[in-house]
Design a protein around this ligand. Structure first.
Ligand SMILES: Cc1cc2nc3c(=O)[nH]c(=O)nc-3n(C[C@H](O)[C@H](O)[C@H](O)COP(=O)(O)OP(=O)(O)OC[C@H]3O[C@@H](n4cnc5c(N)ncnc54)[C@H](O)[C@@H]3O)c2cc1C
Length: 463
């Protein structure tokens, strides 16, 4: 340890080198207590050149690195298992906002919510939005190709990246930060780093795509009795207006956890339906409310929805979103759960929900299925919580069996076992078991050609 401190002290200030375990502890624990780690030392670089020096030093002395942003990742990729921890949280500056080019250049440690606010102050909108936006950093969001609630309209993080600066595992710097919308000069190299979970380089800056600021945002809560109705509603709404910006779903069990465990949360509808839908409309049209009311009226008349409430103030918009965004927190007091971040073709959602529930109940009778998420992307957070009267430790032995079965069902329906959270360390074994060998070999070839000493995030994908 003393040697490491001496090495880093050659180019970092003492306050950038944290060796005191009590200070590091919070960075070694994932907030749901699903992943814990260890590290001899944590480094807090302030500049790209310092990141470069750290990587050069790692190559020289043969130590491994795990990179961390806001520590909100849900698959443990940011939690070191003995590697040196490099945390980008000090590199959080908004370098430049260019409204005319519809872009913004930021450091990788910039917090998403700050980016959204600065875009707004400049009359623009950065549409990536997720419940962790108060802590998640741009570097982490790029590295996990984060999704969130606006994917159907605006795309995942990949669609919002115009350029990147990355320190490569060999210590060189890749930099392409210009806001070009078209550039076909050879491979689009930035794509390698988006969604690579920090395995191919440390992202230090990003050029983000901004869009027009919507003038009216309206949120409606609606009741559905089944999945088929949600799919019909989605297509009906999109056929009748072009400003649906989010369509989220909460099933009855997830709502009941929310009503029980979240402070100050109320059911927005008079009754509890099998599914609660959250519809967000973002528009610059003159009178969007009339269009929204007409659409909801038609859906009610056709018995596709059974009740609807439209937000009447900004605080109600926030209240509705608050319920949806706190679904993970609402589950925590209910104990152990087998959690899944799956996606399937939208047409297969009813079949998935049916097959998955039957399978889960067959494995653990009385398991409680809390499902919620981005239904308009076919992306469901499908959580199987332990029966009320079972101990966490007793349920734990069923977790891998449930995971395996749910993922079998997903794969049989042509879906993905990781829609938006990535593989990290938590899904590595299942990923290796299920991914075609050709894909795995291609990924190993790419990793080897970028990082021949395997120094960056070495436990992700292939631990
Ligand atoms: C309440 C809650 C809700 C969430 N909702 C969503 C959601 O709707 N959609 C969604 O996609 N995700 C969601 N997430 C997951 C999480 O917020 C994202 O994975 C986010 O992108 C991680 O950002 P971070 O800065 O916290 O990264 P970290 O957790 O610190 O790291 C995540 C991964 O990125 C790597 N990494 C971090 N910074 C860099 C960098 N500068 N260069 C290279 N690699 C780096 C890490 O090594 C790790 O592999 C949610 C999380 C929480 C806690």
């Amino acid at each position: 340890l003393q040697n490491l401190i001496e090495i880093f002290a050659q180019f970092l200030e003492p306050k950038q080198i944290i060796a005191e375990q009590s200070e590091i502890a919070q960075y070694l624990r994932e907030w749901r207590d699903r992943y814990f780690g260890q590290t001899p030392i944590m480094l807090l670089p302030n500049t790209t050149q310092e990141v470069q020096k750290i990587i050069q030093t790692a190559n020289e002395y043969g130590f491994k690195i795990t990179t961390q942003g806001g520590n909100t990742g849900l698959v443990g990729g940011q939690i070191p298992q003995g590697e040196v921890l490099v945390c980008l949280k000090n590199m959080n500056q908004i370098i430049e906002t260019r409204p005319e080019d519809d872009c913004m250049i930021v450091e990788a440690g910039a917090i998403l919510e700050n980016v959204q606010n600065i875009a707004k102050e400049n009359g623009r909108y950065f549409p990536l939005s997720l419940a962790s936006q108060g802590s998640a950093t741009i570097g982490g969001l790029v590295s996990t190709n984060a999704g969130g609630v606006h994917v159907r309209k605006y795309g995942m993080m990949r669609a919002l990246i115009m350029g990147l600066e990355v320190v490569l595992p060999n210590g060189e710097i890749y930099q392409e930060l210009s806001p070009l919308r078209k550039d076909n000069t050879g491979y689009d190299l930035k794509q390698f780093f988006i969604g690579a979970e920090g395995t191919l380089g440390i992202i230090t800056k990003a050029c983000l795509k901004l869009v027009a600021q919507p003038k009216h945002i309206q949120v409606c809560m609606v009741g559905f009795t089944d999945e088929q109705a949600m799919i019909k509603a989605l297509h009906f709404i999109e056929a009748n207006c072009n400003f649906l910006s989010a369509f989220e779903m909460i099933n009855q069990q997830a709502l009941e956890f929310g009503l029980k465990n979240l402070i100050g949360v109320k059911n927005p509808l008079d009754k509890i339906y099998p599914y609660l839908g959250l519809l967000e409309f973002s528009s610059n049209a003159q009178n969007p409310d009339a269009i929204i009311e007409q659409i909801l009226g038609d859906l009610l008349e056709d018995n596709i929805i059974y009740d609807a409430v439209i937000s009447n103030s900004i605080s109600q918009v926030n209240q509705f979103w608050n319920l949806r965004e706190n679904m993970s927190a609402a589950q925590k007091p209910e104990g152990r759960a087998a959690k899944h971040d799956i996606s399937i073709p939208i047409s297969k959602i009813p079949q998935f929900m049916n097959n998955a529930e039957l399978a889960a109940q067959e494995i653990v009778n009385g398991a409680r299925i809390a499902a919620f998420g981005h239904i308009s992307d076919g992306n469901i957070h499908y959580d199987v919580a332990r029966p009320q009267n079972m101990e966490d430790d007793d349920f734990q032995e069923f977790v891998p069996i449930i995971n395996n079965k749910i993922h079998d069902i997903v794969c049989a329906l042509g879906g993905s076992i990781s829609a938006e959270h990535g593989i990290g360390i938590g899904r590595a074994k299942e990923f290796q078991a299920r991914e075609p060998i050709t894909h795995l070999n291609l990924m190993k070839t790419i990793k080897q050609s970028f990082d021949k000493n395997n120094i960056l995030n070495p436990r992700i994908y292939f631990n």
